[in-house]
Write a protein that binds this ligand. Structure first.
Ligand SMILES: [Zn+2]
Length: 304
């Protein structure tokens, strides 16, 4: 069985009319998974409630407490607020973002029990830096999960692979000082947020950035995986692999110009499976609803 960690509560982070990072993204994925012929091999789980596990100690390990106060303050204002033009904060956003962190921590827990998991949560996280959220992201879910994992018995090295089409500047910011975590990102360049040069290798050589030219097709990813991603992750020998699974490198995606097809993610998933004894996936971006649903289905089809 593959664990699906999801709650309707993740629909309550509201971004406003016409915003691409909308609640319907999750609904589209849920419907696509329920329609899959192997849908009965998915075990749906609610994230651990905030009353059962408080994620704040894990969040404040890497995020500035003043930023958390700001986030809470914006959410408490009538009608919410915004961190930047792209990143609205609605009245429920703070609590939903905490629950999303819990869902990613659950992803770690499932992986450690040797159950592969997919975390279907929002808001996404890989642009959130220590001091500020940005680019639709409030809290650094993947980086927080990596630090949480390192506190568990038997986990000495954690790898994060980020195939969202945008560079995870936040994740890199939050892990590059820690030699026990490595981060590998494939991202369109030039594109938002403008970071992620190949020459940025982290403070311990623990970062691999692979800029991808606009209009690239799957063979470019295939080559990058064979020549760079797989050797880098194999050498690091992670005890756990976290996949920051964004699906905005799809050809249909309105926010970027890479030309992957949903089935390509099945191939990428197949290739990364042997790289770590345990793994889980967490949703980042992906804004064309039908293609997003199809690509998550393609990913999970490999795991079931
Ligand atoms: Zn993205």
């Amino acid at each position: 069985m593959v664990a699906l960690i999801y709650s309707d509560r993740f629909l309550d982070h509201l971004t406003g009319l016409g915003h691409p990072e909308c609640p319907q993204r999750l609904t589209a994925i849920v419907e696509a998974l329920r329609a899959a012929p192997w849908g009965d091999r998915l075990a749906w789980h609610l994230p651990t409630p905030l009353t059962e596990r408080d994620p704040l100690p894990w969040i404040t390990q890497i995020h500035d407490p003043q930023y958390l106060e700001l986030l809470q303050h914006l959410a408490q204002r009538p009608g919410g607020g915004a961190l930047d033009l792209d990143t609205p904060v609605s009245p429920d956003s703070y609590d939903v973002a905490l629950l999303a962190v819990n869902a990613w921590l659950d992803g770690v827990d499932f992986a450690l029990r040797n159950e592969p998991a997919f975390v279907l949560a929002r808001p996404p996280g890989h642009h959130a830096t220590a001091k500020m959220g940005m680019g639709f992201c409030l809290l650094g879910n993947g980086a927080i999960a990596a630090h949480y994992a390192l506190a568990q018995p038997g986990i000495h090295r954690v790898a994060i692979l980020d195939w969202d089409v945008h560079h995870g500047n936040g994740t890199q910011d939050l892990i590059e000082n820690n030699p026990a975590i490595c981060y590998c990102s494939l991202h369109q360049s030039p594109a938002y947020p403008g970071t992620g040069r190949a020459s940025d290798q982290g403070h311990h050589g623990n970062v691999l950035n692979i800029p991808i030219p606009p209009n690239s097709l799957f063979p470019t990813y295939q080559t990058a995986f064979t020549q760079q991603v797989i050797p880098f992750l194999s050498q690091f020998q992670p005890d756990l692999l976290i996949v920051s699974a964004g699906y905005d490198a799809l050809h249909a995606d309105p926010l970027a110009s890479i030309c992957l097809q949903p089935a390509d993610f099945a191939q990428l998933t197949q290739q990364i499976r042997p790289l770590a004894p345990r793994l889980f996936f967490g949703l980042e971006g992906g804004y064309d609803l039908p293609a997003l649903g199809a690509a998550v289905v393609a990913t999970l089809e490999v795991l079931v």
